[in-house]
Design a protein around this ligand. Structure first.
Ligand code: GLU
Length: 308
């Protein structure tokens, strides 16, 4: 998109599987402020690849909510559902290079052999790595990982390292009966859009080494990463997207209260907007945030979201 290599390009990439909620507001705001503070572009990508989980109309609803909150994205919105041929080409490239292979294992077969599940799920024990056994049918395409530690410096969470062999093993990039995997799509799309700054929720911190690994094998540059603290419920439990109580627009007139939501989101991100801005218009709050953002005060720990 940009011609100038020093141009920062950030993005917000929600999955339209439920209405915009407070966690997505934090991701939208954090990604917007960090990109705009650097004079960068802020792109919008709808991660609607997993069609059975996509709720019709939600992508448009999300965009209307973002607009009411004063956000304006740069360029055209990218829809992953329209980019399957790019994911297919990338997966085929890995197969041709001998870096990906067909796997016929079921989940229960993997569970029987795998060691104790890691935080990222079961570690694939490599059963089909040397070729699909004749009695098996292809269920997924996996990318080979090697015995190495992937490390990166997150702009908020600090240094993060992961040993791919120990934490996930060869991972799935496509399921025979499903969409291309999120890890493949996100890497292909960020590279295609020139994204060089990724700001998103800390639930994706542990996915980042797999994405960096894919960037390396495709020869794509690695963006800078910023993982934002997760929003929890008042009881400290993880918020669920399906929980209507956390939908941003539910029971609230965003035209009147959007500014208050943004004010609260700025505070959640460790910023200190002056109290007189509590009832300011969304665009005013965003402008304040772009000028005053201090990434160093963004907390690392999950917290609940408090309305003013
Ligand atoms: N689509 C993901 C989500 O809504 C975010 C992906 C990303 O930012 O890389 O959680």
């Amino acid at each position: 998109m940009a011609t100038d290599k020093s141009q920062i390009i950030g993005r917000f990439a929600p999955s339209p599987t439920g209405p915009l909620h407070v966690g997505s507001l934090v991701a939208a705001l954090g990604s917007y402020l960090i990109a705009k503070k650097a004079g960068g572009l802020w792109l919008l990508r709808m991660e609607d690849l997993d069609l059975p989980r996509v709720v019709p109309g939600i992508a448009d609803d999300m965009m209307r909510t973002l607009e009411k909150l004063g956000f304006a994205w740069d360029g055209e919105v990218l829809y992953q559902s329209r980019r399957t041929e790019h994911y297919r080409a990338a997966a085929e490239e890995l197969q041709h290079r001998g870096l990906a292979y067909a796997c016929g294992c079921t989940r229960s077969e993997i569970a029987q052999i795998a060691s104790a599940p890691h935080e990222e799920g079961l570690v694939y024990p490599g059963l089909c790595r040397e070729g699909l056994p004749p009695e098996k049918v292809e269920r997924a395409l996996r990318v080979k990982v090697y015995d190495e530690v992937i490390s990166f410096d997150d702009g908020i969470m600090g240094r993060y390292s992961q040993h791919l062999t120990a934490s996930c093993g060869d991972f799935v990039i496509h399921r025979a009966d499903g969409p291309y995997a999120y890890h493949l799509a996100v890497v292909v799309d960020d590279a295609a859009s020139g994204v060089n700054q990724v700001v998103r929720g800390a639930d994706l911190l542990a996915s980042t080494p797999r994405q960096i690994y894919l960037q390396c094998i495709f020869g794509f540059p690695t963006p800078s990463y910023y993982h934002l603290p997760l929003v929890t419920g008042p009881d400290g439990a993880k918020l669920s997207k399906r929980d209507n109580a956390v939908s941003l627009a539910a029971g609230c007139d965003l035209d009147r209260e959007g500014g208050r939501r943004l004010f609260a989101a700025l505070r959640f991100l460790g910023q200190s907007p002056p109290p007189e801005l509590q009832d300011a218009a969304p665009v005013e709050l965003l402008a304040w945030g772009v000028t005053h953002l201090d990434v160093a005060t963004i907390p690392r720990t999950p917290a609940s979201f408090l309305y003013p």
